[in-house]
Write a protein that binds this ligand. Sequence first.
Ligand code: WTA
Length: 575
Amino acid sequence: MSSEQKETLRATAANANLTSYEEARRTFDWSEVEKHFTWHSTGKVNMAYEAIDRHAEGGLADKVALHYSDATRLEAITYAQMKANSNKFGNVLRQLGIGKGDRVFIFMPRSPELYYALLGTIKIGAIVGPLFEAFMEQAVRDRLEDSQAVAIVTTPSQLPRVPVADLPHLKHVILVGDDLLQLAAGQVDFKAEMAQASDELAIEWVDREDGLILHYTSGSTGKPKGVFHVHNAMIQHYYTGRIVLDLKEDDVYWCTADPGWVTGTSYGVFAPWLNGATNVVRGGRFKPQDWYDTIERFKVTVWYSAPTSFRMLMSAGDDTVKAFDLSSLRHVLSVGEPLNPEVVRWGFKAYGQRIHDTWWMTETGGQLICNYPSMDIRPGSMGKPIPGTDAAIIDDNGNVLPPNRMGNLAIKTPWPSMMRAIWNNPAKYEEYFRFPGWYVSGDSAYMDEDGYFWFQGRVDDVINTAGERVGPFEVESKLIEHPAVAEAGVIGKPDPIRGEIIKAYIALREGFEPSDELKADIAKFVKEGFAAHAAPREIEFKDKLPKTRSGKIMRRVLKAWELGLPTGDLSTIED
Ligand code: WTA
């Protein structure tokens, strides 16, 4: 199909921050963006200062930095208050002897306190590690063990899932509760300490390459990887906030992602606040009415969400849309999974908005391939690389392929927010950079003759369910801890709403019979022992699983069974 015939949604925003994509690609220079930051006078910098204090001191003191709401709370926090509260938390940590380079984890539901803790940690130069509140003990243990975290900020109800006794490095448990807490040794009452702490803090000025944040994410083998990012990422967060989120001074911006996921920090904390916007956070579970109510109540202008959410909103129907006033919206974006053309078409009809797909990864730290308000959208395409970066499709030998050929999606190194390490695992880090000059994403894609990139799939077995990356190996490892399970192989099964669901093929131990009760019990075992989002939604029992002679379960064969496809080369199969 020639590009003229391709379905197109025309560029709409003549007054976008990025007026001409083509021109910016020719003229853009990162050093221009760098001038925006404080290090040009001091040589040092701090992300939290640039995001909050700079605005609190620079005329935005009384502007709302955060509109927080959930079923029981409704609070507006100004930039001045955000500065004061994060300063207080920085002082609480310092009094505990915590400082630059230490790892401080946050394991709690969204709340204003979560944001004070996150920013306060960064202000003293410590490295913050946000965790999904839904994690169970094993998931928490893996991450705290690997990072050797010295402190965790959590709530009394999450505390039973923090295996304190097994974590020798974990010295401090900071509890965010409603009432005065009965404290055990090593525990700290967040509210009581915050009440006493000074709201003046000497910020730790750090080098651009000093540690900022650790996001654990899944690969196809082994335990989760700690993706390590540094303060320098602010250059990209600020810039993409301007040209991709198109943030302007009076925008009210809502990113629906949890800070346990990189989207909830890069674009739920850093990008909006670096740009001085008003940020909206909605706590609690997804419900279409609550979401639309959030847009209506706060008059959200820029909205960043994910395909699974848009698909759920689509299935909630047009009448639900019509029951709310969503006329404040002017820019809508999506990330995390392929955005179906059908969803783009529906969004255009239902909201009168083009949904702008954006592609990036935990490892890339920031957006890389995007659709921009001033550029035509081709529904189904992730868009084009941001100015200042280059993307290409390369073959398995690192050669760049011509347009319309499928291959490995790769990004030319470096870019400002690129990960700087996999914590404790240099070999894993090197794998991404095995072709000199390229970062290899693990996604397959092609580029059309006009430079638009089209996602095709993962090249590995990583599952993407409702936008969350799940490593099949971690789920399999948990499954075989169940007394009935002898062998387990886990794949992503295509699903109209969630993109993929987790399906487990299981061979039972001697003496166990397949039954629906057993399926439910096995799913519950993963849910309660590991994480709810990693529990298989579908289980199928088999007498035997296909394995290589070295004993590795062949997920590709399971996937072929599932899709009714030929199983391909079976020469390495066991029998
Ligand atoms: C997938 C998310 C298709 C992809 C910020 C990538 C996407 C992985 C898109 C990263 C998109 C992300 N279209 N697929 N627009 N965006 N992905 O690290 O497979 O949780 O490699 O970060 O999600 O997931 P992660």
